[in-house]
Design a protein around this ligand. Structure first.
Ligand SMILES: Nc1nc2c(ncn2[C@@H]2O[C@H](COP(=O)(O)OP(=O)(O)OP(=O)(O)O)[C@@H](O)[C@H]2O)c(=O)[nH]1
Length: 302
């Protein structure tokens, strides 16, 4: 270990779809955070860890702050606020190809009010989408919003441009200290949380408009066994909770076709991440108004 080994926590914030998850994956080098072309999919605090010879950076991925309409919304907001205040740096992601707007400014205001002491770094994302000149203009614009003290860095998670420089910049912003997690560890989320999140993602694909926040997934049981060929199989028993019978029909689809498709999509992802054959046993249940009921929320892990 070198003398100035640094370690700490970093959180990327920004409007939905600004490339936070994709950038986290590019930094960590593995698909842990869940990406999607749809907004507001990252609901849990999923961490990826960057291991380097001279430091360790723990990426904390948070859902965005939003206007809380339900108890779940409130709890999510509390979680996000705590995260902002506890991390060693916050990267504010603003895409190179979109004008800075009220949404970005609202996030900056929130940051300043809940975590005035947390160092902020401007991250101009998706620079592969625009010309060099436009990148430059956006760097200047972001710098104006953040003030003189904040560094601003352009990156592309897609081409990998500046990802290494970004990591180095983050490292310099971390306090001196030993590694926080053992090498090889990519996430400290319990694996059941990750499983539930992957299944939830698959189940929402294509029906997000109809069921934005009304679906919760709970892993009931995990069982290890072997198949006929003697290969290990992990059986995952999962309950999918919706609020209304009509939502149950949406998830299941005609004759169960949709649920089967959800199952195979989720299974493929799970097998890739956990490196084992997976059998997925899913049940869809109606838990009325679970978003407003603290007891139900507790049971669902919020
Ligand atoms: N061209 C290009 N596209 C990118 C880049 N980074 C992300 N994207 C795309 O932008 C979209 C949104 O990316 P995400 O990483 O899911 O964005 P996010 O900010 O995590 O989104 P939420 O989870 O909704 O808050 C996806 O379709 C990505 O493929 C990039 O560097 N270049």
């Amino acid at each position: 270990m070198t003398t100035d080994f640094r370690s700490g926590f970093v959180c990327l914030v920004g409007r939905p779809n600004t490339g936070k998850s994709t950038l986290t994956n590019a930094l960590v080098g593995a698909k842990i955070a869940i990406t999607s072309s749809r907004p507001q999919t990252t609901r849990h605090t999923i961490r990826g860890i960057i291991h380097r010879e001279d430091g360790q950076i723990v990426m904390v991925d948070t859902p965005g702050l939003h206007r809380p309409r339900t108890l779940l919304g409130q709890r999510l907001n509390d979680l996000v606020r705590d995260t902002y205040a506890e991390v060693d740096a916050v990267g504010v992601c603003i895409p190179a190809n979109e004008k800075i707007g009220p949404g970005d400014r609202w996030i900056l205001e929130q940051l300043r009010s809940v975590a005035p002491r947390t160092p902020v770094l401007g991250v101009v994302t998706k620079i592969d989408k625009v010309s060099r000149n436009e990148v430059l203009e956006q760097l200047v614009a972001v710098s104006k919003e953040l003030g003189d003290k904040a560094a601003v860095i352009p990156v592309s998670a897609k081409t990998g441009e500046n990802v290494e420089r970004f990591t180095e910049l983050l490292r310099t912003m971390m306090p001196e200290g030993p590694a926080l997690y053992p090498e090889g560890e990519l996430t400290d989320e319990p694996e059941t949380v990750l499983m539930a999140e992957l299944i939830r993602e698959a189940a929402l694909e294509g029906v997000r408009e109809e069921l934005p926040h009304s679906l919760a997934v709970v892993i009931e049981e995990l069982k290890d066994s072997t198949n006929k060929k003697g290969q290990p199989v992990l059986t995952i028993f999962a309950n999918l909770y919706v609020e209304r019978p009509s939502q149950k029909s949406i998830i299941i689809g005609k004759g169960g076709t949709r649920l089967r498709a959800v199952g195979s999509a989720a299974r493929a992802q799970l097998e890739r991440i956990f490196g084992t054959k997976v059998f997925l046993d899913m049940h869809v249940k109606v838990a009325k108004d679970w978003q407003r009921d603290p007891k139900q929320l507790g049971k669902l892990g919020f």
